[in-house]
Design a protein around this ligand. Structure first.
Ligand code: ADP
Length: 479
């Protein structure tokens, strides 16, 4: 069982109190690297979620000034950095990623608190300079109200850090539901919040089965907005369930990112960037490259660059300093990756390289694998694999690359490697993705809006846009 000063209360948090510790219905959290049991947690249900919503709804109506909220954001930022090592340890224990990635995740998360603190002045009332129809007009940015924040398991801290500080900056009352595979990091964050003595009801945490908790968030009249990061399928459920209640939704759904390498690209740079992009979190991120599209003229050279790198990857327990690739989140994830690889090979793909997994590893590991000659019709082309697989699909022309890249229901992130400036301008305009990274594999940053086009969702996180998601503009006209 995990021991930590940030996990003294293994339960939910509602209206300023830890709740549910004595609940009879429980669920378990295990370490994917070892299968070891980390914690047994109470399974909170609909009544607790309703109580959390009522508390959040009361709290936002009585919210303090912008300056006070800015102070909270910076206090949380500082506390995250103070507790960086311990938070990173908890992330790695429950999620599996290498500790060095978890440390980066804490820094990245803290950055969102700092960024939204720096933007909060934009929420001050803005009077229109001139009289219109003899009256003075002022635009206020009111809080959206009580909001539900639902997060996935791949970045237990960062996915919440894109939402929570924006909601807090806007003055919303918050109910958070983390993924039941990785709730410990969120509980640890709530220990930090509890120590900072935010007013009761401002930040509530419910843990347990997704369906009853999600149902209350979707149907309770006090919840004005739900921000969700997760699968497109659950996103659709949220759209359907909230439709009769006309709630605002901010949805960051599936990815299936293309990674295009043109014939004029710097292949070494493209291969290095692909390693960092693709294998972060063992390939379980919605921004990581899923479809590797390489110009036929350079595909052999690119494949051999990648083969060297992939076969050298060190797979292991994320707590070991030498580990570069941790386990997948669970058995189902391993089975999905294995199914995608088998399907690709049945369609004609060839396995070019594979890293080794030590037989002593008992967790849910899958060896990083490089495939080449991926064919049309492979499952990997249409679905996110969410695993450590690089599968190269060859193309002949720029137009074909763009058509292949866009031939998906998703539109979250795309990557392009080319030395031609006019091509950068032309292709980035044609790519239907919310994030287009050129000659870099970098993902989102707190300062810029990030979100999907098409069925990757709507709404943005980060940037001033990510703050305004949680606000209701209200125009007050005084005659
Ligand atoms: P993933 O495929 O990444 O596991 P999911 O969409 O299944 O993504 O889960 C993302 C988050 O959504 C998790 O917190 C999960 O518990 C939650 N979730 C799953 N089903 C529902 C639902 N019906 N209503 C609300 N939240 C849900």
């Amino acid at each position: 069982m995990v021991q930590s000063h940030l996990l003294q209360n293994l339960c939910g948090y509602i209206d300023g109190q830890w709740v549910g510790a004595a609940a009879s219905k429980t669920f378990e959290v295990c370490n994917p690297a070892t299968g070891d049991l980390l914690a047994v947690l109470p399974n909170l249900g609909a009544p607790d979620t309703r109580a959390a919503v009522v508390a959040a709804d009361r709290a936002w109506r009585d919210f303090p000034s912008l300056e006070t909220r800015e102070g909270w954001l910076m206090a949380i930022h500082d506390a995250l950095l103070r507790e960086k090592q311990e938070l990173a340890r908890i992330i790695t224990l429950e999620q599996g990623k290498p500790l060095k990635e978890s440390l980066v995740e804490v820094d990245y998360s803290a950055g969102f608190f700092k960024f939204f603190a720096s933007q909060i002045h934009n929420l001050a009332p803005s009077p229109l300079g001139e009289k219109i129809r003899g009256a003075s007009w002022t635009v206020h940015h009111r809080p959206a109200g009580a909001v539900g924040l639902i997060t996935p398991w791949n970045f237990p801290l960062a996915m919440l850090a894109k939402k929570f500080p924006a909601a807090l900056a806007a003055g919303c009352g918050i109910v958070t539901k983390p993924a039941d595979l990785t709730p410990l990091t969120t509980i640890a964050l709530w220990h930090i919040l509890d120590g900072l003595k935010l007013p009761p009801g401002v930040a509530n945490l419910v843990i347990g089965d997704a369906a009853p908790i999600g149902d209350v968030l979707c149907t309770h009249p006090a919840v004005r907005l739900i921000s969700f990061t997760g699968s497109t399928e659950v996103g659709r459920t949220l759209i359907k369930t909230t439709a009769p209640h006309i709630k605002r939704l901010s949805l960051e759904l599936g990815g299936n990112a293309p990674y295009i390498v043109m014939d004029d690209a710097d292949l070494t740079a493209a291969a290095d960037a692909l390693m960092a992009n693709k294998f972060r979190c063992a390939g379980q991120t919605c921004v990581c490259a899923n479809r590797i599209l390489v110009h036929a003229a350079v595909a052999d050279r690119f494949a051999s660059e990648m083969a060297r790198r992939v076969s050298a990857l060190r797979v292991g327990n994320g707590m070991d300093a030498s580990t570069e690739i941790g386990p997948l989140i669970n058995r189902a994830a391993v089975e999905k990756v294995a199914r995608h690889v088998e399907d690709a090979m049945a369609c004609g793909a060839k396995r070019v390289a594979q890293a080794s997994v030590d037989a002593s590893l008992t967790g849910t590991f899958y060896p990083p694998t490089l495939l080449d000659h991926l064919a049309e019709g492979s499952a990997m082309q249409q679905e996110e694999t969410f695993g450590p697989i690089v599968a190269i699909r060859r193309f002949e022309t720029e137009a074909e690359a763009v058509a292949l890249a866009n031939s998906t229901i998703y539109g979250l992130a795309a990557y392009l490697f080319t030395a031609d400036v006019s091509r950068i301008e032309r292709m980035s305009r044609q790519l239907s993705f919310g994030h287009v990274a050129v000659n870099t594999g970098t993902g989102p940053t707190p300062e810029a809006p990030f979100g999907g086009m098409k069925q990757s969702g709507y709404g943005r996180e980060g940037g001033i846009e990510g703050l305004l998601e949680y606000c209701e503009p209200q125009t007050v006209v005084v005659a």
